[in-house]
Design a protein around this ligand. Sequence first.
Ligand code: PMV
Length: 323
Amino acid sequence: MKATAKSPANIAFIKYWGKTDLKSRVPENNSVSMCLSDLYSLCTVEFRKDLKIDEIEFKNEAVVKTKEKERIVRVLERVRKLGKVKWKAKVVTENNFPKATGIASSASGLSAVTVAALGALGMKMSEKEVSKLARLASGTASRSIPDGWVEWMKGTGSGDSYSKQIFPVDWWQVSDVVGVVTHKMKKVSSTKGHVLANTSPFYKTRIQGMKEKVKKIKQLIKKRDFSSFGRLVEAEALNMHAICITSKPAIIYWNEITIKVMKEVMRWREEGLESYFTIDAGPSVHVICEEKNAKEVAKRLRRVEGMKRAVINRPGVGARLLT
Ligand code: PMV
C-alpha cells in the first residue's frame, strides 16, 4: 500500500491561461509543453489502516499553506473513490526547486501525488486516464504525465481533456535553462490568475489566435526550426503576461531580475547567442536555446545580479513510479 513517484516540472511553449470549467480545470485552449529533465518532485504515498486523517509532509519547506495540503487530500479522495478504499494516507513530498516561483511546482507535485497514490493501491490506468486525473488536481499536472513534447487537448469537457505525447524525448536537443530568481512564493496563485484572465480586454483576441499558434508551434517542432520556434515562444509568453498585466486587478508576476534577464536575453541574441525567454506565473525565467549553447546561457544567467541558480534542462520523461 506504499509507492513513490518522480514527476517532472514542464515548460509550456504555448500556454494555458484561463479555463472554460473552473472546477474540473478544462482549459480555454490547447497548450504545448516539454517535460524538464532536471526539475522534479518526489512523492511517497502510503495508505494505512491506523491513520485517522491524511498526514501530509512537505520536506524542506519552511512555509506550507493549508490550501496546498487540501489539494493533496483531494487527490487522495479521488483515488480512494476509484480504488474503493477507505484507509487514510501518509504523504511525503519534496521538490528539488523552490515552489510557487514560476517553475511549475503544482505540475510536478500534483502529478507525482496522483501517480504515487495510484501506485500505492496497485491501480493500473491508461496514460490518458492518469493525465485526466492529474488535470483535476492542477491543469498543468496533466502535461507532466507523458514523456517528452506534449500537447494538452482542451477537448469538449472534463471527460476528454487530457495530455498526450506529440514528439518523443530525443526528438530535438533543445534546452530550457531555468533562472531561479527567488525562493519567495508568489502572491497571486495561478488558480486566481486563470479566473481573472477574462477580465482583460485583450483576452478574447488572445483566445481567437490560439488554435493557429498551437498548429504553428507543432510544425516548427516537427521541422526543428529553432529561430522561428524561439520567436513564437517568446511572443507567446509576452502575450500571456499582457493578459495578466491587463486583468482587473492587474497581476504582475515579474520582479526586477525577471526584467533584467529578459533584456539580457535580447542582447545576447544581438551578440549572436541565440536564446529566447519564456515565463510562467512567477518571476523565474526559462531561457530556451539549442543544447550546444546551454552551458554558455547558464554561465551568463549566473552572472546576473541576484540570480540564485541556473538549471540546465533537456526534454525529459514524464511521471514514473520508482517502487
Ligand atoms: O499551475 P496551473 O496548472 O494553475 O497553471 C499555470 C499555467 C502557466 O504555467 C502560467 C502556463 C502553462 O501553460 O504552463
